[in-house]
Structures are given as structure tokens and as C-alpha cells.
Design a protein around this ligand. Structure first.
Ligand code: ATP
Ligand code: MG
Length: 557
């Protein structure tokens, strides 16, 4: 794993003997599916633990019952495991700490460090002041310890309606840091929690739960994104007042990627309003979507390693993620032949009913992947755009009177073009050169082009889904003032092709299996809709590596 400022801190702490072993955690809130930004945090937290012989917990920060669901908990566990990380028995929930947190709240009340406040949410906001103006103290701030304790217990007992009161820390309404202006610790909320049911009618605020949850789990390095930098003094204050284990919080810049959105709120909208087929739509940057798109977990881990960990906000090109995917798939994906826009070729000099078995290499990058046989016969499918009736000079594929090599097969020549009444080309009548079996030209004549094909007699019909960026523009959030990010949706982000022709080996693909369709791109058998006898493939990526090309150009300049 690449080194960065956080691994430097961990190494220094270990060298100084501050900790015998490190403890990290990945703390998702189960209010949505994980996305590629979370993958960065997962790789960082689990990666550090792996690298330095520590452990990483999976902790659900489930403090907000109105937005959280068990469906999300299950999806998150599946995604973390799929990415290749193991939390073993360390699956924790902030809701398991509700009792401990409540006890600590009473302790702060007893110390005179917390009070029950009757201001409404609106009034609390008004009293808060701004970055330039100090806040005003709540008129309830000086309640006696006894009165505070009594009210807090009655809040817990469910005596008051939602929003009637809050428990607030008593810190400093004049602090330059707004987070220290008597922040709310508990709110009254008569809501059912996905784990604790109706046991609670008060729920801890994230800021009151998060730091102490880390402390309970004795997290040595509590790694989070930059927006929590200003919350750190508050977490430190709670820990110091309670005299409990002090985790060290370290902030890093969150990952942003071009051509997509990463906010859970926006992803939820895309799903709920039906702009995509679900949380696992292959166009979404969710882990479930990337999996269904065919991205290998190793490629995502490689990407997270390459982008590095810093404190500078930046946006990473989607093309870099695709580059990592191509590199991995180039190594491991078996090559297969598929025709997505079929045009019929008949070899008029090939006897009816005769077929031959040809040997085809499974992966030129990996000799251990071996070979397979493909059947070759009189009728074949080729890609419609591999033929041009009136070709320009540099077109080396098929055209009237011209020759082309059929991959693993023979050199063929187009002798006749058959059209329908509308004038569309519907068939090419060709002849083959029997001396060119396997692709060679014994007489040494030049045949520049090689195209892929599928044997018509045993071709398998398939549905193929061609995915592209979900958004047209690099930064969908930066649409014109007043416009919605949805206005940047790419209307051509999905093209469904039916009647595609596949070589028969592909019919046996298992859902989730990744392959390269020669000359076209990387594809995956859809994990949900692909079935024996009804193949459905998703395009993972084209073969054009725009990121590598730009790097080469920049290197050449
Ligand atoms: P929200 O809190 O608004 O619901 P979130 O994206 O912060 O959304 P969490 O479930 O709180 O979601 O995130 C879990 C962990 O993942 C946090 O530690 C968070 O800092 C980290 N994380 C979230 N988004 C990114 C990102 N884009 N890049 C890196 N880390 C991220
Ligand atoms: Mg968060």
C-alpha cells in the first residue's frame, strides 16, 4: 500500500510505543448504500490495520432511527466483504452503546456540564450566533443539577412530545467554534429504531455518539473526512470531561469523482424517483452498482491506493477508475467473440452442413488461461460496421472485392453485396481462402484487417446493455443556478441491444463472470438478469483507455 501522511502518523505512534497495536474502524451510517467514496475510507481503515498488524471494526453509526434501515445494514456488510475486507467478529452498533451514552450524559449533568433546554430547534438556532457574532446563552442554562436530572429522566421515560426539550452540553456560547456553543446531545424522538425498537424516546446526536463510540472501542486512530475537523475540539471536550479513552482523530479529504454524484441524498433521489433501476444500477457509483457493472474489487482497491490520501480537496477523473478496471480485466478476463450489431456473411464456397473446429486463445496476456475451440461454418455473423460499401482509403476491414482475416479462422473476400428493397445491406456473399486456416497467408500477401465473427449455426442470442456516464458533464453539481443536478443526466447513458450474437461458450457464463468481447470491450454477465438460456451482459468498459492516452500525451509534451 502507498504511504501517506496518515500511515506516517501511525508509524510514528507505534515507534514511540504509544500503542502496542492500532485499532481503526469504518463507521457507516446505515441510511443508504455505500459508494466509491466510502471505498476509499474502507481501504484506508482496513488497509492500515492490515499493514500494521492491527484490527479494524465495522461500526454502524445508527443514531438516527428515521432514516436508517436494516436493508442498508445488510447491503453495507455485503459490500465491505465483497471489497475484500474482513471485520471478523467485530461488528458493532452505536445503538448498542445507547445505555452507556445515557449514563455518561447523567454524569455530565451531575458535574454541571450539561443541562435540559426548553428552547425549540428554531430558537436554539437563533441563539447560536454566527461566525462573526457570539451566541446567546439559553435562559434554561442555569437550572439546578437536580432539576436537570429529573427532566432528563422524564425525557427518557417518554413524558414529553418530540422536540419539546433537548439535553445540551454547557460549554461556551462565545466560542469561535460554533460546535462548542452548547451543542445538543439528546433530542426527543418517539420513533422506532431498527435495532432497539421502542426502547428509547430520546436519541443521541451524532456528535454526542461518535467520539464516545470510538472511545468505547478503544479506537487508536479515528480517521474521518475533513468536515469533522471543526468537531474534533468537541469530541476531545467530551472525552476529557468523562475521563475516558482518548482516540486520535485524523481528517483527510473526501474523494470526488467526475461525471457522477456522491451525496447520499442525491443518490437516494436518483433511486426513489426512478432515474435509475435501483441502488445497484450499473451507472451509479455505489459499490453495488460498480459490482453489477463488472468492476473487479481488486481494481477498486488499486484505484483507492493510487489516488492517495491527502488533506487537499480535489476531483479525480472517472477515467482513472476505468483505467484501473481495464488493467485488471486485461490481466484476468477471458477473450470471447460477440457481435453486437450483426450482419450476415455467407461463404458460398463452403459446403452446406460442413463445420470445422478452430483453436482460439483465451487470454494472450495469460498463457495459463489456455485455448478453446470455436466452430466455423458456412454462415457467420460479423459486426455491421466492419463492412463499408464505399470505404475510405484507410479502411482495412471488409468491402466489396476486398479481403479481411476472420480471427482464428480464414481470410475471406467479399464478392457480392445483397440488399433488401429499402436498399439496406442484409448479407455479404464471400469466398474463403482454404490455405489461410488459422489466419496466416502462406503466399505472403498482405491482409491488414482482422475482424471478429460468430458462427451462425451455434450462435447464442443475447441482450447486451451498453452503459455510459450517468451525467453528461464533469461536475453535475455545478449546473446553472436554479437548475437541478438532474438536468445534467445523460439521456444516452443506457442503450439496450437485443439480438446480439455470442459464441456458445458465453451461454455458460455464470452471473457476475467478466469477459472481454474481442475488439469491443469488457463485459459482465448480469448478476440479476443473466440466466442459462437467456444471456444478459453489461458493458463494463470500452477498450479505449482515455486516461492512459492523456498520460502518454502529457508525457510526450
Ligand atoms: P452522511 O453522513 O451525509 O449520511 P456520508 O457519506 O458521510 O453521508 P457515512 O455513512 O457517514 O456517510 O460515511 C461513512 C464513512 O465514510 C465516514 O467515515 C465518512 O467520512 C467516509 N466517507 C463518506 N464519503 C466519503 C468520500 N467521498 N470519500 C472518502 N470517505 C468518505
Ligand atoms: Mg457521515
Amino acid at each position: 500500500m502507498a504511504k501517506h501522511f496518515i500511515s506516517d502518523i501511525v508509524e510514528a505512534d507505534l515507534a514511540e510505543g504509544k500503542h502496542a497495536r492500532i485499532q481503526t474502524r469504518f463507521p457507516p451510517e446505515p441510511n443508504g448504500y455505500l459508494h466509491i467514496g466510502h471505498a476509499k475510507s474502507i481501504c484506508l481503515n482496513f488497509g492500515l490495520a492490515e499493514q500494521y498488524g492491527g484490527a479494524c471494526n465495522l461500526r454502524f453509526d445508527d443514531t438516527n432511527p428515521t432514516k436508517e434501515e436494516d436493508e442498508y445494514v445488510q447491503a453495507i456488510k455485503r459490500d465491505v466483504a465483497w471489497l475484500g475486507f474482513d471485520w471478523q467478529e467485530r461488528e458493532y452498533y452505536a445503538s448498542d452503546y445507547f445505555e452507556q451514552l445515557y449514563e455518561w450524559a447523567e454524569r455530565l449533568v451531575e458535574k454541571g456540564k450539561a443541562f435540559v433546554c426548553d428552547l425549540t430547534a428554531e430558537q436554539v438556532r437563533e441563539h447560536r450566533g454566527s461566525l462573526t457574532e457570539p451566541g446567546r446563552e439559553s435562559p434554561y442554562r442555569d437550572r439546578s443539577v437536580a432539576e436537570n436530572l429529573d427532566l432528563l429522566r422524564r425525557m427518557r421515560a417518554g413524558e414529553f412530545p418530540d422536540g419539546a426539550r433537548t439535553l445540551r452540553a454547557k460549554i461556551d456560547m462565545a466560542s469561535g467554534n460554533l460546535n462548542l456553543r452548547d451543542p445538543v446531545m439528546y433530542r426527543i424522538l418517539h420513533a422506532r429504531h431498527h435495532r432497539t425498537g421502542d426502547a428509547w424516546s430520546i436519541y443521541p446526536m451524532y456528535d454526542w455518539a461518535h467520539g464516545q463510540s470510538d472511545s468505547i472501542e478503544r479506537i487508536t486512530h479515528s480517521i474521518c473526512t475533513l468536515e469533522f475537523e471543526d468537531h474534533r475540539p468537541l469530541y476531545d471536550w467530551f472525552v476529557a470531561e468523562l475521563g475516558i479513552f482518548p482516540p486520535r482523530q485524523i481528517e483527510f479529504a473526501r474523494l470526488n469523482i467526475s461525471h457522477t454524484v456522491m451525496s447520499k441524498r442525491k443518490l437516494l433521489r436518483l433511486v426513489e424517483e426512478g432515474h435509475v433501476s435501483g441502488w445497484d444500477d450499473p451507472r451509479l457509483p455505489t459499490i453495488a452498482g460498480l459490482r453489477r457493472r463488472g468492476y473487479p474489487p481488486a481494481a477498486i482497491r488499486d484505484f483507492c491506493d493510487r489516488i492517495g490520501v491527502t488533506k487537499q480537496e480535489s476531483t479525480v477523473e472517472f477515467a482513472l477508475l476505468e483505467h484501473c478496471v481495464r488493467e485488471e480485466l486485461n490481466r484476468v478476463a477471458l477473450r470471447r467473440m460477440a457481435v453486437l450489431d450483426p450482419l450476415k456473411v455467407t461463404l458460398v464456397d463452403w459446403p452446406e452442413g460442413k463445420s470445422e473446429e478452430l483453436e482460439a486463445v483465451n487470454n494472450p496476456e495469460d498463457p495459463s488461461a489456455g485455448t478453446r475451440t470455436v466452430r466455423f461454418g458456412r454462415e457467420l455473423w460479423i459486426e455491421r460496421d466492419d463492412f463499408l460499401e464505399d470505404p475510405p482509403k484507410k479502411f482495412f476491414r471488409l468491402a466489396p472485392g476486398r479481403e479481411v482475416r476472420l480471427r482464428w479462422g480464414y481470410v475471406v473476400r467479399c464478392d457480392e453485396v445483397v440488399k433488401n428493397a429499402a436498399g439496406e445491406v442484409i448479407e455479404l456473399r464471400c469466398t474463403h481462402d482454404a490455405a489461410t486456416r488459422g489466419g496466416g497467408t502462406p503466399d505472403g500477401r498482405k491482409v491488414k484487417g482482422t475482424i471478429h465473427w460468430v458462427n451462425a449455426a451455434d450462435a447464442v442470442d443475447a441482450e447486451v446493455r451498453l452503459y455510459d456516464h450517468l451525467f453528461d458533464r464533469e461536475d453535475p453539481e455545478a449546473v446553472e443556478a436554479g437548475a437541478d443536478f438532474l438536468s445534467a443526466l445523460n439521456p444516452a447513458s443506457l442503450e439496450v441491444r437485443t439480438g446480439c450474437k455470442l459464441e456458445p461458450a458465453l451461454a455458460a457464463a455464470t452471473p457476475g463472470e467478466r469477459v472481454q468481447f474481442e475488439r469491443i470491450g469488457y463485459f459482465v454477465a448480469d448478476e440479476t438478469d443473466h440466466a442459462p438460456g437467456r444471456p444478459v451482459f453489461n458493458r463494463t468498459a470500452t477498450l479505449r483507455d482515455t486516461w492512459a492516452r492523456v498520460q502518454r500525451q502529457q508525457g510526450a509534451e
